[in-house]
Design a protein around this ligand. Structure first.
Ligand code: TXA
Ligand code: MG
Length: 327
């Protein structure tokens, strides 16, 4: 298959993408978080192509993207008041809401057999134009090979999925650079399954008590199959160290003969290749995955990264860094 890349701001490109999706093909598109690999969420054969292209474990369910809350209500068996509140506050935006699935509408293939469905209204003009033009809910995981850092540029999608996706809509760099927050509202209490741009602090301020997956029991963990899989990892070995400990760790790896990169938020003098990301956490999150991919492309063996404070979006960043380092 030949992969075409077209500018997402061209209405003709949107029409072409919508036609491909209606025909059961795959199209990658930008969202405000990361690029997604889209397929018609209601057609099992189309959804199966996502799992094949990404080499995604079959037990990992997909997020269904819709253009508005009315379309979201049509996918869920129940849409409780807390979901209405969350949707009113954050949609369109980087919040995914997990609700009881309407089995008559959303097929098993999309949710990997879960009794729930994850739904999101993305806040990106290209994503919204595409959803409206094709008139179908779109299942879309991040458009990377399974286990790799999520793509924040069309070039990242091409690097991972050339020949496996019909069309990539290019919308430039994505705004957040980290995936959406995933909030499970299908149980008795809200449970934050994945940290993201909408922070735990914001969710608690608006919705009251919100449990986190860190403190959750096995039953809750079973509600988030994605947590079992390796994620966000570059090819290079990732070493996560405390703030201020980067130079020493980089020196040790250099002494061991490795090609070393050091990722920091401050000015440092080091013999390692230094990638300085913005000091503010939003800027750090925006540049992180692109930075990891660039260091891979530069051929380093070891990436030393200094931890960031776990406040606000820093919690999402640290979640991704721990997973990247867990390889
Ligand atoms: O920002 C995002 O969320 C991006 C853009 C493209 O929307 N999408 C994305 O999808 O990150 P993906 O597949 O890479 O991550 C989806 C996460 C996975 O950890 C998956 O296990 C979880 O959401 N998930 C999906 N459906 C679920 C469900 N029914 N119950 C619990 N977790 C679910
Ligand atoms: Mg992903």
């Amino acid at each position: 298959m030949l992969t075409t890349v077209l500018g997402g701001d061209d209405p003709a490109a949107i029409e072409r993408a919508a036609g491909l999706l209606r025909a059961g093909e795959l199209v990658a598109f930008p969202t405000e978080t990361v690029y997604g690999l889209g397929a018609d969420a209601l057609t099992p054969a189309a959804v199966a192509k996502i799992f094949a292209a990404k080499e995604r474990p079959a037990d990992n369910p997909l997020i269904v993207h819709v253009p508005d809350v009315a379309a979201a209500r049509g996918l869920a068996r129940e849409f409780p008041p807390v979901a209405e509140r969350a949707a009113a506050l954050w949609w369109p935006g980087p919040l995914t809401i997990v609700l009881p699935r309407d089995h008559g509408v959303v097929p098993d293939a999309t949710t990997a057999g879960q009794d729930t469905v994850a739904i999101r209204v993305p806040a990106h003009p290209v994503a919204l134009a595409l959803l409206r033009a094709c008139g179908r809910p779109l299942a879309a995981p991040s458009a990377n090979r399974s286990g790799r850092p999520s793509p924040t540029l069309a070039a990242h999608v091409l690097a991972d999925l050339a020949g496996r996706v019909a069309l990539i809509l290019d919308g430039g760099p994505t705004h957040h650079g980290l995936e959406s927050s995933v909030l499970d509202l299908s149980g008795a209490r809200p449970l934050l399954l994945r940290r993201g741009a909408v922070t735990l602090e914001e969710l608690r301020a608006a919705l009251g008590e919100v449990d986190t997956i860190e403190g959750a029991d096995a039953a809750a963990l079973a509600r988030s199959p994605g947590l079992r899989h390796r994620h966000y990892a570059p090819r290079a070995r990732v070493v996560l160290v405390g703030e201020g400990e980067g130079e020493a760790a980089a020196s040790r790896a250099l002494a061991a003969g490795e090609r070393v990169a050091l990722v920091v938020r401050r000015e440092v003098a080091s013999a390692a290749k230094v990638l300085r990301l913005p000091d503010d956490l939003a800027g750090f999150g925006r540049g992180l995955f692109a930075g990891l991919r660039a260091l891979d492309a530069a051929g380093v063996d070891c990436i030393v990264i200094e931890a960031v404070p776990e406040i606000g979006v820093g919690a999402a960043i640290m979640d991704r860094l721990r997973r990247a380092a867990a390889g």
